[in-house]
Design a protein around this ligand. Structure first.
Ligand code: M6R
Length: 607
C-alpha cells in the first residue's frame, strides 16, 4: 500500500533512494517519484509505471543532493499517472511530501485550501498536506508540519523535505508503518525494513503520533505536540541477501524453496521432547484456563492459515474457535469479553483491518496474541503477546513461506494452550512434537515434485476456470491453493468443501475442467474419493494431492502428486507446496507478472 523512503547523509542519495524503492516495490508499483534537495531547492522527478521507468529518467540526469525522499504508489485516490505520483508539492514547489495512508477529510480540506487560493494539480488526498504546511508556514517548518498534521483525519506515514530547512528530513506516522534506520551520521526512513537491508541493521520503529527530525548530526523524536519521546533501537537479523532473488527467476519461487528453513526457524527453540515452550506468550495459567472462546482474525492468506488453525485448535482444546475475516469482524459487533482470546495473524503486522480488529478486541478486555512475521511491526508492538513466525522477509506479493510458517505458529500455539489447559497429554504431545520436527524434511521432499507439478500447471493454464476440493482441513488448504492461482495467474479458481458440490457448484463442471483434489485425511478419504468420481462423471479432469502409499487415490485420479505422509493434522504444510508451485508455473506459462500481480500490493495498510 505505497512505500516511502528517505535519506539524509553526506553522499549523493538518488541511487540509494531508487535502490530502496525497488526493495519496497511489492508495496505498490503503479507510479513512483522522488524529491531531492539540491542547491537549496527542491527537485522533483516522477514517472508512471514501475520504478525502472523512474530510474531510466534519472539515468539521464541524476540530481546530486544528499537529502531526499521517494515513493512507490498503489493508487487509492486518482488513477495511476505522473501527476498523481508522489512526491506532491505546495504552490511554490518549496515543500515536498511523500505519503502512505489515506487522508479521510481531504475533500473538505482541499475545498478550504482552494478557497484560500491554493492551486491543486493532482486527484490525490495527499496533496492537501504540502498545501497545509505552506498555509501554516511562518518561518518554522517543523511547527508548520505539526499544525498541518493536527488537521488530518485518517492514516499517514509521511516524509517531508523543504527548501525552508534544507538540512533536515521530517517524518511522522499515524496508523501507517514507518521505521527509521541509523548508521552514525546517515539516517533513513522507510515503510518497511527490507528497504534498509544492506544499509543498516539498527532500526527504530516509530509509534503512532510520533514526529521525527532527522539530520546528519541528530535524530529527535517527539509527539505531535512537541513532547520529546525516547524510542529504543533494535537490531534486525535479516541479512541483505534475504531481499534478493539469489538466482531464482522470481521471489515467489525463491520463497517457496525457503519453506523448509522458514519452518525450521519457526520451530527453533520452541520444542522439547514432549512440550512446547513459548516464552513470548505472557498469559498467566489462570488466564489460559479461563478462555472460553477463541477468535482468529486475519485477511487473505493469513485468513486461510487461520482456517487450518481453527481445525487444530478446536481439536486440541475443545474450545469454540471462530475464524473471521478482519474486515468483517470489526464492523459486526462481535461478543468479546475478558474470557475471549483474539489471535491476529499477519505476515506484515500492518494490515489495517487486522490491526483494527486487535485494537477492538483489546478495548473489550479480550487477551490478544499477534502471530506476525515482521519484527517491530505495529501489531507486534500493540498486541499483548507476540509470536513471531520468523519466515524472513517475504517480497513476492503472493504469500507462500509466510503461510507455512503461520500454520506452524498456529500449531505451536494450539499445543502450548492445550498443554496449559491439560487437554493434551505428554504422550500425545510427544507425537505432535515428532510430527512438527519432521516437517522441514518433508517439505524438502515435497519440493521434489516441482517438475511434475510444472507439467500439470502447463495443462491447467489453458483453462479459464479451476476448482479445488477437499474435506475438513484439506478444504482449508484448497482455499489457499485457489487464492494463489487466481492471484498470480488470473485463472478463475474457487475452492469448495467437496461435500457441497452436489448442492450447486456441480452444475459448473464441464468437460475437461481441471479440479484439484486434496486427499490427505484418512478418516474422510472414501467420501473424498466418491466426490472425485462425481466430478469425473461430469467430465472433470482430476489432479489429486495424496499421501505416498495411497494406491486408491492414484487409481481413481487422472493424475496424482505424491507427498510424504506426515502427521495428519500437519498435512496442510505439505499439501500447500504443490498448490503454490502449480500457481507459480501456471502464471509463468501465461507470462504473468508473478511477483507483482496486477491491482495488488503486498501490505494492505488502508481499509
Ligand atoms: O500482511 P498480512 O498477512 O496481514 O496480509 C494479508 C493479506 O493481504 C495477504 O495474505 C494477501 O492475501 C496475499 N497477497 C496473499 O497471497
Amino acid at each position: 500500500m505505497c512505500g516511502i523512503v528517505g535519506f539524509v547523509g553526506n553522499r549523493s542519495c538518488a541511487g540509494i533512494l531508487i535502490d530502496q524503492l525497488i526493495k519496497l516495490e511489492y508495496r505498490g508499483y503503479d507510479s513512483s517519484g522522488l524529491a531531492i534537495i539540491q542547491d537549496d531547492a527542491v527537485g522533483v522527478t516522477r514517472s508512471v509505471g514501475k520504478i525502472r521507468e523512474l530510474k531510466a529518467i534519472l539515468d539521464d540526469h541524476s540530481p546530486e543532493g544528499v537529502l531526499g525522499i521517494a515513493h512507490t504508489r498503489w493508487a487509492t485516490h486518482g488513477p495511476p499517472s505522473t501527476r498523481n505520483a508522489h512526491p506532491h508539492v505546495d504552490c511554490t514547489g518549496n515543500i515536498a511530501v511523500v505519503h502512505n495512508g489515506i487522508i479521510e477529510n481531504y475533500m473538505e480540506l482541499k475545498q478550504e485550501l482552494q478557497s484560500m487560493g491554493h492551486i491543486f494539480k493532482s486527484d490525490t488526498d495527499t496533496e492537501v498536506i504540502p498545501h497545509l504546511i505552506e498555509q501554516f508556514y511562518t518561518g518554522d517548518l517543523v511547527a508548520a508540519i505539526r499544525q498541518a498534521l493536527g488537521k488530518l483525519s485518517g492514516s499517514y506515514a509521511i516524509g517531508v523535505v523543504s527548501k525552508y530547512a534544507p538540512d533536515i528530513l521530517v517524518a511522522a506516522r499515524k496508523d501507517s508503518p514507518l521505521v527509521i534506520g541509523i548508521d552514525s551520521d546517515e539516517k533513513y526512513i522507510a515503510s518497511d525494513i527490507p528497504a534498509l537491508l544492506g544499509y543498516t541493521k539498527d532500526i527504530i520503529a516509530l509509534e503512532d503520533g510520533d514526529l521525527a527530525i532527522l539530520s546528519t548530526d541528530k535524530l529527535e523524536i517527539s509527539k505531535l505536540d512537541g513532547q520529546p519521546v525516547t524510542r529504543t533501537p533494535f537490531q534486525v537479523t535479516w541479512d541483505s541477501t534475504a531481499a534478493e532473488k539469489s538466482g531464482y527467476d522470481h521471489f515467489m519461487l525463491k520463497e517457496i524453496h525457503e519453506e523448509p528453513n522458514a519452518v525450521l526457524d519457526t520451530l527453533r527453540g520452541r520444542l522439547s521432547d514432549d512440550s512446547v515452550e513459548l516464552e513470548e506468550i505472557k498469559l498467566s495459567a489462570e488466564q489460559i484456563k479461563n478462555i472460553d472462546r477463541i477468535f482468529m482474525v486475519s485477511c487473505g492468506t493469513a485468513y486461510y492459515a487461520s482456517c487450518v488453525g481453527k481445525y487444530f485448535a478446536e481439536h486440541i482444546l475443545g474450545i469454540p474457535v471462530d475464524v473471521e475475516q478482519a474486515s468483517e469482524f470489526r464492523y459486526r459487533g462481535p461478543v468479546l469479553n475478558e474470557r475471549s482470546l483474539v489471535i491476529g495473524v499477519s505476515q506484515s503486522g500492518e494490515t489495517a483491518d487486522t490491526l483494527a480488529a486487535l485494537r477492538l478486541a483489546k478495548s473489550k478486555g479480550a487477551a490478544t496474541i499477534a502471530i506476525v512475521n515482521v519484527v517491530g511491526s505495529t501489531m507486534s508492538r500493540e498486541a499483548d503477546n507476540i509470536l513471531y513466525t520468523r519466515a524472513g522477509p517475504e517480497i513476492c506479493v503472493a504469500s507462500t513461506k509466510a503461510y507455512v510458517s503461520q500454520l506452524v505458529a498456529l500449531y505451536l500455539l494450539g499445543l502450548y494452550l492445550g498443554q496449559a489447559r491439560g487437554t493434551v497429554s505428554p504422550a500425545e504431545m510427544a507425537v505432535y512434537v515428532d510430527g512438527l520436527r519432521a516437517l522441514p524434511d518433508h517439505i524438502a521432499k515435497t519440493l521434489e515434485t516441482e517438475q511434475e507439478v510444472a507439467q500439470i500447471a502447463e495443462e491447467l493454464a489453458g483453462n479459464e476456470h479451476c476448482f479445488y476440493l477437499g474435506r475438513g482441513i484439506d478444504f482449508a488448504v484448497g482455499l489457499e491453493g485457489a487464492l494463489k492461482l487466481k492471484e498470480i495467474s488470473y485463472v478463475h479458481a474457487e475452492a469448495y468443501a467437496a461435500g457441497e458440490m452436489k448442492h450447486g457448484p456441480l452444475a459448473l463442471i464441464t468437460k475437461g475442467m481441471p479440479v484439484v483434489c486434496m486427499v490427505t485425511q484418512d478418516h474422510v478419504r472414501d467420501k473424498m474419493l466418491s466426490n472425485v468420481k462425481e466430478v469425473q462423471a461430469r467430465g472433470a479432469k482430476v489432479f489429486a494431492i495424496a499421501k505416498t502409499g495411497d494406491p486408491e487415490t492414484h487409481r481413481v485420479a487422472d493424475y496424482t502428486v505424491n507427498i510424504p505422509a506426515g502427521h495428519e493434522m500437519f498435512m496442510p504444510v505439505l499439501a500447500v507446496v504443490p498448490l503454490q508451485l502449480l500457481a507459480y508455473y501456471a502464471a509463468k506459462h501465461l507470462g504473468r507478472d508473478i511477483d507483482q500481480p496486477r491491482n495488488l500490493a503486498k501490505s494492505v495498510t488502508v481499509e
